[in-house]
Design a protein around this ligand. Structure first.
Ligand SMILES: Cc1cc2nc3c(=O)[nH]c(=O)nc-3n(C[C@H](O)[C@H](O)[C@H](O)COP(=O)(O)OP(=O)(O)OC[C@H]3O[C@@H](n4cnc5c(N)ncnc54)[C@H](O)[C@@H]3O)c2cc1C
Ligand code: SF4
Length: 492
């Protein structure tokens, strides 16, 4: 364990942030990683409590007490070995994971949790800097071929595991760059894309082939889903050429708000706005970018995606940024005896909120207001009403109607399902939410109803988190390996 009395002696230390005026000037990450000594002290706070709830709170089951102890002892190289045993990409989770492990930490019962995420972040950044992250090329090739459709964290984790098991893996991605929502959803200021690029290089050295700009199956007509494909491959072609196909296409259909005025110029899905900015940072020349510069921006949706729209709008130089959340404002503090070790509902203020944003809760949008004259066809405002929960139902409160000024409205209300056309092209059954139907059973897990076709990540479980996508990719890789070879030594 770390230091026996560490949790009594040391306070939790948060990672630092660059000052707001400085970070708003660019698209770079602004989190200041713990230095070696700080990480050691934070590792010393781990009590080695005996029943590490953090380990089961973490979706990839990171062996947290062990790496805390190794960092405390200064054995960073073994710390990254332990971390990589359960997590292919700790540099992604160390940056963007909401850290359910910390909610589950035993110290969190009556003190501040161990800063697990910041320790993970420090370990992997040091490992890359020291050159400890190297390709792991399989000694023996199996001669089996696997196609992975979609290159988000689920597809990448699966591809890496399958390549290390000796299979010839090809990743098909419709967009022009690899990474899924890591690349085109999460803004650069939360995670710079060089982290994906060096993993791609590692995976190529391990034998993974990446084919970008290739759509497998079909996209729905008139869709606003990002699609840079220049080539289409049919499911039949993949099924003929490969011994197994894993679908990790994410959950890309945005939830819409079909109120009057939805078709006005200036009303966009978050996932039209955010990918464009990530492309611009990557150096792409776009024909016309949705810009928040000088505009009154209203973001509808109080989650992570909405928060990313807030941070992006402020970097564009918006005149004002307001965020609406349909549900009532949650409490500032959770009731720990009631919620621990589970993820609590409480008011969460992101770094983007701190950069400037008015937040309004319990509010429903009734109409987008159309402009006149030179603004004809454009959105110039919003009509709203406040609501409250009555008997489990959201009810409008009379007399709370209000009109807001808005010249850019971003819809960030989550995602309803994967593009049905992709699953339909394969003939894959859907569950009642429209996700690919596949179980996570140990026996035959991640298998769909179609022979040798598997599904994992957001495409199977619905909109979720990077860490869950990595878990599903790893587990699906084991299922595919067992299907191809009769058994698998890949981790469960
Ligand atoms: C704006 C935003 C911010 C987020 N922030 C966070 C965060 O901070 N922390 C966190 O943990 N999670 C966050 N999430 C959620 C997280 O990004 C997702 O849960 C995760 O990326 C899902 O991984 P995936 O591999 O299943 O799918 P995705 O990342 O969605 O990747 C799917 C890929 O498949 C490709 N594809 C789809 N269909 C086809 C096809 N037919 N042919 C070829 N390619 C195809 C897509 O182009 C895409 O690249 C965020 C999501 C969004 C939208
Ligand atoms: S991946 Fe997420 S839940 Fe797991 S240890 Fe890291 S921060 Fe915690």
């Amino acid at each position: 364990m770390g230091k026996v009395t560490g949790f009594l002696e040391y306070e939790r230390l948060e990672e630092g942030y660059a000052p707001v005026p400085q970070r708003l000037k660019n698209w770079k990450e602004f989190v200041i990683t713990l230095n070696e000594e700080q990480a050691k002290v934070q590792g010393a706070r781990c009590m080695d409590c005996g029943t590490p709830f953090c380990n089961s709170g973490c979706p990839v089951n990171n062996i947290i007490p062990d790496f805390n102890d190794l960092v405390f002892r200064g054995d960073w190289q073994n710390a990254i070995t332990v971390l990589h045993q359960t997590n292919n990409f700790p540099e992604f989770t160390g940056r963007v994971c909401p850290a359910p492990c910390e909610a589950a930490c035993t110290l969190n019962v009556n003190d501040d949790a161990v800063g697990i995420k910041s320790i993970e972040h420090a370990i992997i950044d040091r490992a890359w800097a020291e050159g400890w992250v190297q390709p792991e090329v399989p000694a023996v090739k199996t001669g089996k071929k696997v196609a992975v459709v979609g290159s988000g964290p689920a597809g990448l984790a699966a591809a890496q595991q399958l390549a290390r098991a000796g299979h010839a893996v090809t990743v098909f991605e419709k967009n022009s760059r690899i990474g899924g929502l890591l690349r085109y959803g999460i803004p650069d200021f939360k995670m710079e894309k060089t982290h994906i690029d060096r993993r791609i290089a590692q995976m190529q050295a391990e034998g993974v082939e990446f084919r970008t700009g290739v759509l497998v199956g079909a996209m729905p007509e008139g869709t606003k889903i990002t699609n840079d494909a220049k080539e289409t491959v049919t499911p039949a072609q993949l099924q003929a050429e490969f011994d197994a196909v894993l679908l990790t296409g994410g959950s890309e259909t945005s939830r819409d708000l079909p109120v009057p005025g939805r078709a006005l110029d200036g009303v966009h899905f978050a996932m039209e706005f955010l990918p464009q900015q990530n492309k611009v940072v990557a150096g792409d020349k776009l024909k016309g970018q949705i810009s928040a510069a000088g505009k009154h921006v209203i973001v509808i949706g109080g989650g992570d995606t909405g928060s990313d729209c807030v941070g992006t709008s402020n970097r564009h130089g918006a005149a004002s940024v307001t965020q609406f959340e349909l549900m009532p404002q949650p409490p500032e503090q959770e009731d720990k005896p009631l919620t621990w070790p589970y993820w609590p509902t409480k008011l969460r203020t992101s770094s983007s909120h701190e950069e400037g944003c008015e937040r309004t809760f319990a509010i429903a949008t009734k109409e987008f207001v159309a402009g006149t004259g030179k603004d004809k066809g454009r959105v110039v405002g919003l009509k709203t009403v406040h609501i409250e929960l009555q008997g489990g139902k959201l009810v409008e409160i009379p007399g709370t109607e209000k009109e807001w000024k808005a010249d850019l409205v971003l819809l960030a209300m989550g995602f309803v399902a994967p593009a049905a056309s992709v699953l339909d092209a394969f003939g894959v059954d859907k569950d009642n939410r429209g996700n690919a139907r596949a179980t996570t059973d140990d026996d035959g897990g991640y298998k769909t109803n179609v022979a040798k076709v598997f599904a994992a990540g957001d495409m199977r479980r619905g909109q979720s988190l990077v860490v869950w996508a990595i878990r599903e990719g790893r587990q699906a890789a084991r299922a595919v390996d067992a299907f191809l070879m009769g058994c698998s030594v890949l981790p469960r």
